[in-house]
Design a protein around this ligand. Structure first.
Ligand code: ADP
Length: 360
């Protein structure tokens, strides 16, 4: 059997051209198909790139959003910082005002300190002048009382002589006058004697020595034994230590306090006196307590002033010097003296003295 080509007639030139065209067209179509496939590939690649680009864009947008958030935060932070800065500036402003106030106060204070220093200086000067004039007065009191003693003794002796010799010989009136003169002279002797004793204590310059307060009290009680017995007074006491003082003067202090405790007793109650002592740091605090008439609180300081008394001589005899002497003695030895009392409940006189070194 013949094939189509063997069977077919040889082609004409027109048929040849057509075949060539058709081949060419087929070729073109093939090329075109290839081109189209490439284009498809390219498109796919472009789409992929676009996809990637979109992903990138979304990531960029996220980044942008994050950046914007950060900027937002940053701006909030900036606002806060600005607020803080404003607050700090305000504080600095306040601080400035406060500083100027403090500076002004400081200046005031310095002025005050200056004024105070000047006042202190003036006070020290006055104090010194007072000490000098006090010493002058004490010297005067000593000289006056010492020198007055002699003429007074003479006056006293002669009025007493007058009384003895001429009593009942002139008239009653004359007897009365002479009696008054004798009483006046005796009283004046007591006052001058007290004043002399007071100024002797004030003038004394010896340093205090170790003294047995026990022995000083013994001595005082011995001197007062007659009046104590007469009045039925009972004195109790604690053991007393050694202190720094003058022996005779310490005995005098105890004697003045105990004799006052006896003198200012209540008529209805026999006198009960207790002498005690307590350690107070470097000092000892002594106390003499009684169950007598007591003292009003407002007189607590006054009674230590020389010649100050709260009663008339008819009620209770005395010169008003005893407690002033006690104060002088105690203060000369660096101590203090005071009273705790109220009317009707008795009085407790306290005084302090420096303890002597060593056990007691
Ligand atoms: P005098 O005893 O000579 O009057 P003082 O100086 O000893 O002088 O006492 C002053 C005054 O203090 C006394 O007059 C008296 O009024 C009051 N006084 C002193 N001691 C006591 C006491 N123990 N109880 C009540 N009053 C007292």
């Amino acid at each position: 059997m013949k094939s189509d080509a063997q069977l077919r007639e040889p082609m004409s030139s027109a048929e040849i051209n057509l075949a060539e065209y058709s081949r060419a067209i087929t070729n073109i179509l093939e090329d075109f198909t290839e081109e189209r496939d490439r284009l498809n590939d390219t498109q796919t690649a472009v789409l992929n790139i676009l996809d990637d680009f979109m992903g990138e864009k979304a990531a960029l947008e996220d980044t942008k959003k994050a950046a914007l958030n950060i900027l937002d935060d940053f701006s909030a932070e900036k606002d806060r910082l600005e607020e803080t800065q404003k607050a700090v500036l305000n504080i600095l402003d306040d601080f400035d005002t406060e500083k100027s106030k403090v500076e002004a106060t400081n200046r005031e204070l310095l002025k005050e300190v200056d004024e105070r220093r000047m006042a202190e200086h003036a006070l020290t000067e006055k104090g010194l002048a007072l000490t000098r004039s006090n010493a002058d007065l004490e010297q005067f009191a000593y000289v006056a009382s010492h020198d007055l003693q002699e003429p007074l003794r003479m006056v006293s002796s002669y009025v007493q002589l007058l009384a003895r010799r001429y009593e009942g010989q002139i008239d009653e009136q004359a007897d009365k006058y002479v009696r008054y003169a004798v009483e006046g002279a005796t009283r004046m002797q007591a006052l001058i004697g007290g004043l002399l004793e007071y100024s002797r204590v004030a003038r004394q310059t010896e340093e205090p020595v170790r003294v047995s307060a026990e022995a000083a009290l013994e001595r005082a009680l011995y001197n007062l034994r007659a009046v104590a017995e007469e009045t039925g007074t009972l004195v109790t006491r604690a053991a007393l230590p050694d202190v720094l003082a003058d022996p005779a003067q310490l005995a005098q202090v105890f004697q003045n306090l105990v004799s006052n405790a006896i003198k200012f007793r209540r008529p209805e109650a026999p006198s009960r006196i207790h002498v005690d002592c307590k350690r107070r740091g470097p000092d000892f605090q002594f106390s003499v307590a009684d169950n007598g008439i007591g003292i009003e609180a407002r007189y607590a300081d006054r009674i230590f002033v020389i010649f100050q008394r709260l009663h008339t001589r008819n009620e209770y005899p005395g010169t008003g010097i005893g407690l002033a002497i006690c104060k002088k003695v105690v203060e000369r030895n660096g101590g203090q003296i005071w009273v705790e009392s109220s009317p009707g409940t008795g009085s407790t006189f306290h005084f302090t003295l420096r303890a002597a070194e060593g056990p007691w």
